[in-house]
Ligand binder design. Structure first.
Ligand code: SAH
Length: 374
């Protein structure tokens, strides 16, 4: 007979990396409300034990939607001609950062489509130098670059980098991207980021067409094998102006079917957070905005399932429509201070709170540095 769920969870809670791939997949397959409540409660206890109460916050600046990539699922892919392209000026990024700092957010994420050019490298370098006096923790999420570029941005003040592997299965990766997009290069980039001494973040999308629970269990193993410091992952949400979203196989025909489809994506996203927390313990895990696109309280549910980071949007309202990676993106008409009040309220409702004035660096990174120094 299978080990009881409670004993499996107790084993996972007691020490990191104590589950096999099959056991990770078993947890990801849980469906009954009672089992899920047990899973989330165990993951939340690990979150409290390893990260404490409170949720670290990063103001998210979506600084441009120009992208050289053509990922089949992404709304800002190069071939989406229905999109007006924008790029924030350095002053606008600095203004967003100042607003984030004024709101008490001690960390910032700068994200955009993928551009590899000398001009772009120098532009980001300049932005980072301008942000230095604000003394914020800065995460970059600017895609694949050469090690030299990562090194320059690290020297200019960025301390964290988020580059999702999207899926740890190279075959599935190949099915979701054009032939010139390389899974192996993404792995190389993660290794380069590590060499440049970033807090390294990665993640995957779940509920992708063709993805199995074994794939997702392997994704979590991948995080462990790469000794990742931060995780940003979320459910795939079809976007109508993309090959994958338009194909119909992921789009739901009626409102009812769509609600059921969204509930399934959300449940899988929450399970991925919980099982990742139970497996890795001390990493930072973000409750992605995609969760909120699926349910109004999706991010809070993410925290209850073990996430300890939120990334409210601080991008100026007029640009938000230009950065829709997926359908039903929330908060398009809000500004940063509205988002903050909304989050305060939502977190209070689950007995949590935003950590103002706290950078919220990855404890796993600190532990791994200490280990290395020994
Ligand atoms: N260009 C950067 C980051 C921008 S995209 C990079 O390459 O890392 C940020 C993330 O949005 C992607 O890594 C992807 O996982 C996610 N994303 C893109 N399309 C999505 C969709 N349709 N549903 C859910 N997430 C999506």
């Amino acid at each position: 007979m299978d080990e009881a769920l409670s004993s499996l969870l107790a084993r996972a809670e007691a020490a990191p990396r104590s589950l096999t791939t099959a056991e990770l997949a078993r947890l990801l397959a849980l469906e009954s409300p009672d089992d899920l409540a047990q899973l989330y409660a165990a993951a939340y206890r690990v979150k409290l034990a390893c990260c404490g109460r409170g949720v670290a916050v990063r103001g998210l600046v979506e600084c441009g939607n120009v992208c050289a990539k053509d990922c089949y699922y992404c709304g800002i892919r190069k071939s989406n001609a229905r999109l007006t392209r924008y790029q924030l000026a350095a002053d606008e990024i600095a203004a967003a950062a100042e607003e984030a700092a004024a709101l008490g957010y001690a960390s910032l994420v700068i994200q955009s489509g993928e551009i590899e050019s000398d001009a772009h490298t120098a532009f980001i370098e300049d932005v980072l130098q301008r942000l230095a006096p604000l003394n914020l923790g800065v995460t970059l999420s600017l895609g694949e670059q050469t090690e030299d570029v990562y090194r320059r941005w690290r020297a200019a003040g960025a301390t964290r980098y988020l580059l999702r592997i999207e899926t740890s299965n190279p075959k599935l990766y190949a099915a979701l991207h054009p032939a010139d997009h390389s899974w192996a290069r993404r792995v190389d980039c993660l290794r380069a980021l590590r060499r440049c001494d970033y807090q390294v973040g990665t993640g995957v999308m779940c509920a992708l067409p063709g993805q199995t629970l074994d794939d997702l269990a392997n994704d979590i193993r991948f995080y462990g094998e790469m000794d990742i410091d931060m995780i940003g992952m979320g459910p795939y949400i079809p976007h109508p102006d993309t090959p994958l979203g338009a194909r119909g196989e992921t789009a739901a025909p009626t409102a009812e079917a769509k609600a059921a489809d969204y509930a399934r994506r959300l449940a899988l996203g929450l399970k991925m957070i919980a099982v990742t927390r139970l497996y890795l313990h001390d990493v930072n895990i973000a409750a992605a905005t995609a969760l909120q696109a699926l349910a109004h309280d999706g991010r809070e549910q993410g925290v209850r399932a073990g996430a300890n980071v939120l990334m409210p949007n601080v991008t100026e309202r007029k640009y938000r429509r230009g950065y829709q990676l997926y359908a039903d993106k929330p908060c398009l008409d809000e500004n940063a201070s509205l988002c903050r009040h909304c989050l305060d309220r939502r977190l209070a409702a689950i007995g949590e709170e935003l950590l103002y004035g706290v950078r919220g660096d990855s404890r796993h990174y600190a532990a791994r540095k200490k280990e290395g120094a020994r």
